[in-house]
Design a protein around this ligand. Structure first.
Ligand code: 5GP
Length: 189
């Protein structure tokens, strides 16, 4: 029985990675993270093969021509991100469920591709103003980048109605529990 697909999307700064890592580290759900490929450079502390497979743009384009992706998107100008068929197949063929952290276009495409075998979950900020405040507090991006991310967030939130469910991350612990319960209900269905 091949595994099921859990798709998680959220605007940047909504706590998506924190929620995914918290659920994975609890270790009691049979679910593995699909490591995407990207042409963006690693951030400090990121490890090749763990957070992403970091490729040059040319290597990424070669993978596109080899039909190596379930889906890929140019999420930021010149920065490509893609779900590798090899990752999803490796995890699913072993009978495990797979969790994908992907952008809104990728999320909608993967859901369309896998239908009832997939659940798509959108993590929402309490408001766009709160998201801006969080990005400023995080202090990892320039003001220009924050403006870009907030603008993009507004665009991304427009995709939320197309997801199977939406979870507002106002209180992190509550959001983790709601996401966890949603995943468990789907897996055990
Ligand atoms: P970051 O650069 O902050 O790690 O990720 C930027 C965005 O790219 C996030 O919204 C993340 O979910 C998305 N992303 C990561 N991997 C993939 C992927 O394989 N496919 C798509 N479509 N988006 C991805």
């Amino acid at each position: 029985m091949p595994g099921k697909i859990i798709i998680i999307s959220a605007p940047s700064g909504c706590g998506k990675s924190t929620i995914i890592n918290a659920i994975l580290s609890q270790g009691d759900i049979d679910m593995q993270f699909s490591v995407s490929a990207t042409s963006r450079p690693p951030r400090e502390g990121e490890v090749h093969g763990v957070n992403y497979f970091f490729l040059t743009e040319q290597e990424f384009r070669e993978k596109i021509s080899q039909d190596a992706f379930v889906e890929y998107e140019e999420v930021y100008a010149g920065r490509f991100y893609g779900t590798l068929k090899s990752e999803v197949e490796r995890i699913c063929d072993q009978g495990h469920n797979v969790i994908l952290d992907i952008d809104v276009k990728g999320g909608v495409n993967v859901k369309r591709l896998y239908g009832d075998r997939a659940i798509s979950i959108f993590i929402m900020p309490p408001s766009v103003e709160e998201l801006r405040r969080r990005l400023e507090t995080r202090n990892t991006d320039s003001q220009e980048m924050i403006n870009e991310r907030v603008g993009k967030a507004q665009y991304e939130i427009g995709f939320a109605p197309q997801y199977d469910c939406r979870i507002v991350n106002d209180d992190l612990e509550i959001a983790i529990n709601q996401t966890r319960t949603t995943i468990l209900n789907f897996i055990n269905k």
